[in-house]
Each structure stands twice: as structure tokens, then as C-alpha cells.
Design a protein around this ligand. Structure first.
Ligand code: ADP
Ligand code: MG
Length: 729
């Protein structure tokens, strides 16, 4: 009997839910481990407090002396909570967060004067030994200095006994080496651009904040079972495994009652989130068995992104206590739904208005339409850039795989808003007559509130959907750092709003047009120009692929193809014009992503080769030997009669040999393709070789392995099966 699999099954089946008791009501716990406004007021001098507030609200610089005072207060607060270490917490381009803990404890050379210390210098800047983080060639090894610098807009927090200080990670020459830096730059640019446009409607608006509410999907698998699968361990997904007789076809998991063990885990997790100030709100089962979703209340984007990164880390840590492993991979199991991370995006003014929320007054409706239509135009003009921003080896399994948003970027806005846009478009060009204007406005006003009432107009197949008061970018992968897609979205909308302002101002000045008329005119042209990005039908259908092709929309099914848009002239110009990333920074990211893609496929290829040869084939041979013994025995007993009695066994023996041959020859061929790909020097060519020449073998090899899984004696099969992974609760 195969030990690891059966040991794991025994362990998993006798598991009891971990005892967990909520320690307090959530509102009391919320933010207890965050250096938030309340604790700052308590631990900082009033000058230090004002310094942080100024940095958060207006981006004012914090000088060294002030930093010393802030560090002192922060340290005292942390010590009061039993903290011993501090770390700069950052988001390198590896996709996971990084930390290096230092003790507060210090002593003089002779061991006298032991104290706990955190100075302003340590708070503000550090130089982690960062030469092995991906940098896309920005830093040569001899100049391998990278700095982390404090981001005061995201509050420090305590995890375990460590004070974590959110930071950006930049090179000696100032180039971004992380996800946060470009995001912060993009947030500044969109704030400026959107505030300018807001001033058409309300002079009091001084700041526009981007809001993000992500929804995190994940699988929860018993840790013993997950650990029994080398492919899950090494790649985060199953590279083989026959689909189980029952999958998700009965739709009995979606929104069903949450299994007890999972629920206890979620409650524990939520308690940790509360302490860390992550405002988690929603939890439910997802479509696939053992798949779940967690969503918070939306927040300012920089903080929301930090919270998502932190959450993914905390989820895994809390899971250990409950003997679970969290799978974040976009497609851990063939044949059941994969996981995404919907990014709900909107813009809010400092006067408390959600700019994507339709309302009842004509003026604010014009404002809504302005931001709504500009966003559509931005997506229309930059669809391939958005596609590039969500490209990854994992997400390739989802996009276009008939379950998740397709690889084609389109925008869904719902029937009612489609009608509104149609009407706007129909208005005759030139200056609007007063009657026409009021008419139209009333018309628009008359319709839009319905959108709020009728929120059922939803299209789950759209990658970018308007959902009443926000856009939801659904094509983002579940492992992704939200910054990647959100930096791009913010950038394209910021650029669009800038252009819009220029066009409207030009009409006002040169044509002596009234402001509202000018806005209407520009918006109407935008509607005409951006139409082809709007799609209300079934995004999973073949007809849409054909139709989208006719419309000239891009449809990049693989990461290497999709990533090219990152370094197009349009992309390089956009990011440098907005001062979000210079050419070197964009090109570095492109290289890093290609490399990451290549490495992932390379690892998957190796692991698949290993398990098919070390697990599947030996097990198949063992079973084949049993059959051979059986056949020989039958022959002894039955002599000539054997021909009929032993017929099926002979067929089985032959089938097994056929599949073994299939595995062997394809693993050899795959390995050869890998070797060939490895000789290529160009990152794009190498990624394409892995994608087009290596990866196709995965399916073929898998098919033979999965067939063997069905043929071979269950008792000796070493790999934990799909039904066991997916249905153990
Ligand atoms: P679903 O998409 O699953 O139907 P909801 O529509 O209820 O879920 O909302 C999903 C997410 O949208 C939540 O995480 C919520 O925080 C977020 N959200 C709601 N309003 C906004 C907003 N103005 N800006 C950004 N995110 C928002
Ligand atoms: Mg959603």
C-alpha cells in the first residue's frame, strides 16, 4: 500500500476542527495591532503626529529630527505590545512580500547599557542585502544596492512579535524595484488629473482618492493531503490527476453552508485580520469544491493593496494552525473552476463623492458620465496594456478557458447605461440647444437612478464590468499583487482624464462653448470612438471570439504574447510621460515577467517529468506485474481455456505498456525541447519556446498518466487523487 497517500488520508480523515474562540467583538479588536490614528495620538508628540499627518495627507517630507521622534513613539507603542523585532516590509517583484527582522535590542561593545532602540534613520531607510531580488538588469551585481524607504501613507503594524514598517524598494539610482513605488506614483498622477476634471463640477474638490475592494478566491486543502502531492508542493497546482466522478457539476458548493473546519479557520483568520486592521467582511463558498472567497470593505488603494499582500501571508500562517494549505494558484485543478482576484475600482473625492456613482441631480450626473465614459475610453485605447498587466503563467489557464473572463478585454456596462450612451451619441453635433440640453439631461437623469435599483443586470463573463458604482476588473489572477493591474488602470485613466481636460478647455476657449456643452461634445465623440470595447453578450462564447476579432480587439492567449504590449511605444510613452516608470523600469519589469514565466514552465516541466517517471510508471509496472502473475496462473490452471478467461487481463497489460511508452517518449521529447529552449538568449524567445514547444507536452503526458490512474489498482496508486483533495472536508 502506498504509504504517503494513505498516511495523509488517515491523518486528514481523523482531523477535528481546531478549538478556536473569538476573544472579543470585532469592533473592539479592529486595528489593535496597527499604529493608527488612535495609537499615534497616544504615543507621539503633537509635532511628530502632525508630521505623519502632513506626510499622509499632503505628501510633505518628514525631516530626520522628526523621524527620530516618530520612531521613538512607534517603538514605545510596539514594546508595550511585547514586540521584540522590527522589519521593513516591502513588495519585491517576486510577488511575495519580503522582510528581514532586526531586534530592537542593542548594547555597547562591552555589553553594558543594553537598550531597546529604533532611531529615525532605521525607520526611514534601510539597505537590505537585496542583490538576489529580481531587478531585470537595473542593478548590476557590483552595484547591487537597493534601498527600502518608509511609506508613511500605510501604517506600521505588528505581526507576531515583529513591528512591520511598510516601505518602497528602490535602486541606488532611484528606479523602482517593487510593486509599490509605481503604484504610489500612479496614484499621485490620477489624483491630480481627476481633481482637475472634478473642478468643472465642484471647485471645492482638492483630492481624489482611488478606492479598491479586492475579492480573494482560494482553495483550502488539508495540509497532509496537499503535502502528499509533489506537484502541489512545488508548483502550487496539480500537474496530473484524473477528474473525479463528481466535480462541480451539481453546483452544490457555491454559496452552500461552509464546512465546519473551513469555517473555524475563517473565523480565526478574520480575528487576525481585525487586529491588523484589514476590514474583512464577506466569506463564502465558491463554485469549485473546497474553493472559497474572502472580501473586505474597500479602502484607499495603496492601503488596500498592502492589506491584500498581508492577507495572503496571514492566510497561509493561520492555515498552518488548522492543518490546511491555502492554494492561491489560478488553476490548481483541471476541470474545476480556477481562482481570480476581482479588483473593484472607483474614484472618491475628498468631498465624499463616489465619482462612479450615478445620482439624481443633472450636474452630478454629468460628472458621473464624465468619469464613466473616460474610463471606458481609457480601456478602449489601452486594452492590450491591461491584458499585459494580468498576464502570468497561472492566469493563462483561466483567461479564455471558458470559465473566467476571456483573454479579450471588453467592458460590460449593462442595458440601461448602454441606452444612455446611445442617446448621448444621438445628439446632433455642435452646440447643444437649451431645450435639447435640458431634455437630454432630464432624460439621462430619468434613467440612471434605475441602475441603482436594478443591480441584477450583471454579466459574470465580462473581464471588466461596471457594477453600479464601480468597475470590477475580474481578469486579475488570484496570486497577483493588485498593484500590477491597478498601476496600469490608474495610469491609463489618468492619461485619459488629462487629454479630456485639454480637449474640453480647447472647445471652451476656441469655440467659445459653454462648459457643459463642451463636456457633452467631447464625451459624445468618446462614445463613438470607444464603442467597440463595449460588449454585453456571453464572453465565453466562440461567437464573441469571432466578433472581437472583427472589431480588431486583441486576443492574446499566452503570457509571452500578451507581455509584448508592455514594451510597445504606447506603453513606454505612457508610463514615462506620467512619470510613473521610465523606459528602463518598464523594460525591467517586462524582462522579469518573461523570466518568471519561463522559470515557472521550466519547473512544471521538471516536476511533471519526475512524477510521471518516479511515481506513475513504477506504480503502473507494479500493477502490470500483478496482472502478468495472474495471467501465468490462469494459464497453468486453464490451459487452452485461458484464451477466453484471461482475455481482459491481456488487454490491460497491453494498455499499460502503451501508456508507459506514451509517457516515456513524451518526457524525452519534452526534455529535449527544454534543452533547446535553454540555449536561447533572448528572454522573449525563450518564453515563447517554453510556451509553444515545451508546454504542449504537459497535456499529452498528463493524458497518459491520468489514464493509468483509472487502470491501476487504487491500493497502490501513490498520488492523492482529485476526489480526496477536493472532497475531504
Ligand atoms: P460581488 O462582486 O461578489 O457581487 P459586491 O458587489 O458586493 O460583490 O462587492 C464586491 C467588492 O466591491 C467588495 O470588496 C467591496 O468592498 C467593493 N466595493 C464596493 N464599493 C466600492 C467602491 N466604491 N470602490 C471600490 N470597491 C468597492
Ligand atoms: Mg465581484
Amino acid at each position: 500500500m502506498s504509504t504517503l497517500r494513505f498516511q495523509a488520508l488517515r491523518e486528514a480523515s481523523t482531523r477535528k476542527p481546531v478549538i478556536f474562540e473569538e476573544s472579543d467583538r470585532k469592533s473592539n479588536l479592529f486595528g489593535a495591532n496597527v499604529f493608527n490614528d488612535k495609537s499615534m495620538k497616544q504615543y507621539l508628540t503633537s509635532d511628530a503626529y502632525k508630521g505623519v499627518q502632513g506626510a499622509v495627507q499632503h505628501g510633505t517630507k518628514i525631516d530626520r529630527k522628526l523621524a527620530d521622534y516618530i520612531a521613538l513613539g512607534m517603538k514605545e507603542w510596539a514594546l508595550s505590545k511585547g514586540v521584540t523585532h522590527y522589519t521593513h516590509w516591502f513588495q519585491p517583484l517576486t510577488g511575495i512580500t519580503a522582510e528581514k527582522h532586526d531586534a530592537f535590542f542593542e548594547t555597547s561593545m562591552d555589553g553594558s547599557d543594553p537598550v531597546e532602540k529604533l532611531g529615525g534613520a532605521q525607520l526611514v531607510q534601510q539597505e537590505p542585502d537585496a542583490s538576489s531580488f529580481p531587478n531585470g538588469g537595473i542593478r548590476n551585481t557590483f552595484e547591487a544596492r537597493g534601498y527600502t524607504a518608509w511609506d508613511p501613507t500605510s501604517p506600521a503594524f505588528i505581526f507576531g512579535t515583529t513591528l512591520c514598517i511598510p516601505t518602497v524598494f528602490i535602486s541606488y539610482t532611484g528606479e523602482a524595484l517593487d510593486f509599490k513605488t509605481p503604484l504610489l506614483r500612479a496614484l499621485t498622477v490620477i489624483d491630480e488629473a481627476a481633481t482637475e476634471v472634478c473642478k468643472y463640477f465642484d471647485k471645492n474638490v482638492k483630492k481624489v482618492t482611488v478606492t479598491l475592494g479586492w475579492e480573494q478566491e482560494y482553495f483550502l486543502i488539508d495540509s497532509a493531503l496537499a503535502n502528499s502531492r509533489p506537484d502541489l508542493m512545488m508548483t502550487g497546482r496539480t500537474l496530473l490527476g484524473h477528474t473525479s466522478a463528481k466535480g462541480q457539476q451539481l453546483d452544490d458548493h457555491y454559496f452552500g453552508s461552509i464546512p465546519t473546519r473551513a469555517l473555524v479557520y475563517m473565523r480565526d483568520l478574520e480575528q487576525e485580520c481585525m487586529l491588523l486592521g484589514i476590514p474583512v467582511k464577506t466569506r463564502h463558498n465558491e463554485v469549485a469544491p473546497n474553493q472559497f472567497e474572502l472580501a473586505p470593505i474597500f479602502e484607499e488603494m495603496n492601503l488596500a493593496v498592502d492589506h491584500n499582500c498581508l492577507l495572503m501571508d496571514v492566510m497561509q500562517k493561520v492555515a498552518e494552525r488548522h492543518h490546511f494549505k491555502v492554494l492561491f494558484h489560478e488553476k490548481p485543478f483541471k476541470g474545476v473552476n480556477g481562482s481570480g482576484k476581482h479588483n473593484n475600482w472607483s474614484l472618491a473625492t475628498d468631498t465624499g463623492i463616489n465619482l462612479l456613482s450615478p445620482s439624481k441631480t443633472p450636474m452630478s450626473n454629468l460628472q458621473f458620465l464624465t468619469f464613466f465614459i473616460n474610463t471606458i475610453k481609457a480601456v478602449h485605447d489601452n486594452e492590450s496594456l491591461l491584458r499585459a498587466a494580468i498576464a502570468s503563467a497561472g492566469n493563462d489557464h483561466r483567461l479564455g478557458a471558458n470559465e473566467a473572463p476571456p483573454a479579450i478585454i471588453s467592458v460590460f456596462i449593462g442595458g440601461q447605461l448602454m441606452k444612455v450612451l446611445d442617446e448621448l451619441e444621438g445628439v446632433t453635433p455642435g452646440k447643444l440647444s437649451p431645450e435639447e440640453k435640458t431634455d437630454l439631461k432630464l432624460n439621462v437623469v430619468g434613467k440612471i437612478p434605475d441602475v441603482l435599483l436594478d443591480n441584477t443586470d450583471r454579466n459574470r463573463t465580462s473581464p471588466f464590468a461596471f457594477t453600479g458604482n464601480k468597475f470590477e476588473f475580474r481578469a486579475v489572477g488570484s496570486t497577483a499583487n493588485c498593484s500590477n493591474s491597478m498601476t496600469t488602470l490608474n495610469a491609463i485613466v489618468a492619461k485619459q482624464l488629462r487629454d479630456f481636460k485639454v480637449e474640453v478647455d480647447a472647445l471652451i476657449e476656441s469655440k467659445d462653448m459653454k462648459k457643459d456643452d463642451a463636456i457633452f461634445n467631447v464625451l459624445r465623440e468618446y462614445i463613438k470612438k470607444s464603442k467597440k470595447i463595449l460588449f454585453e453578450g456571453d464572453g465565453y462564447s466562440e461567437e464573441w471570439e469571432i466578433e472581437a476579432g472583427k472589431r480588431g480587439l486583441s486576443n492574446f492567449k499566452t503570457t509571452p504574447e500578451a507581455l509584448k504590449a508592455r514594451v510597445s511605444k504606447q506603453s513606454l510613452d505612457l508610463f514615462s510621460e506620467l512619470n510613473i516608470m521610465n523606459h528602463v523600469e518598464v523594460e525591467a519589469r517586462y524582462e522579469i515577467e518573461l523570466e518568471e514565466y519561463t522559470k515557472k514552465i521550466q519547473i512544471e516541466g521538471r516536476v511533471l517529468g519526475d512524477i510521471s517517471k518516479n511515481h506513475v510508471i513504477p506504480t503502473a509496472i507494479k500493477y502490470q506485474n500483478t496482472l502478468i502473475t495472474n495471467v501465468k496462473g490462469l494459464k497453468d490452471i486453464f490451459g487452452a481455456e485461458f484464451e477466453t478467461i484471461g482475455k481482459e487481463q491481456i488487454v490491460l497489460i497491453k494498455q499499460i505498456s502503451k501508456h508507459i511508452e506514451g509517457i516515456n517518449s513524451n518526457v524525452v521529447a519534452m526534455t529535449n525541447e527544454r534543452k533547446k529552449a535553454n540555449t536561447l538568449n533572448d528572454a522573449q524567445e525563450m518564453a515563447e519556446a517554453y510556451c509553444n514547444n515545451v508546454k504542449p507536452y504537459f497535456e499529452t503526458i498528463r493524458k497518459h498518466c491520468d489514464k493509468l490512474e483509472l487502470l491501476v489498482d487504487n491500493e497502490i496508486w501513490t498520488l492523492t487523487k482529485y476526489r480526496e483533495l477536493l472532497f475531504t472536508k
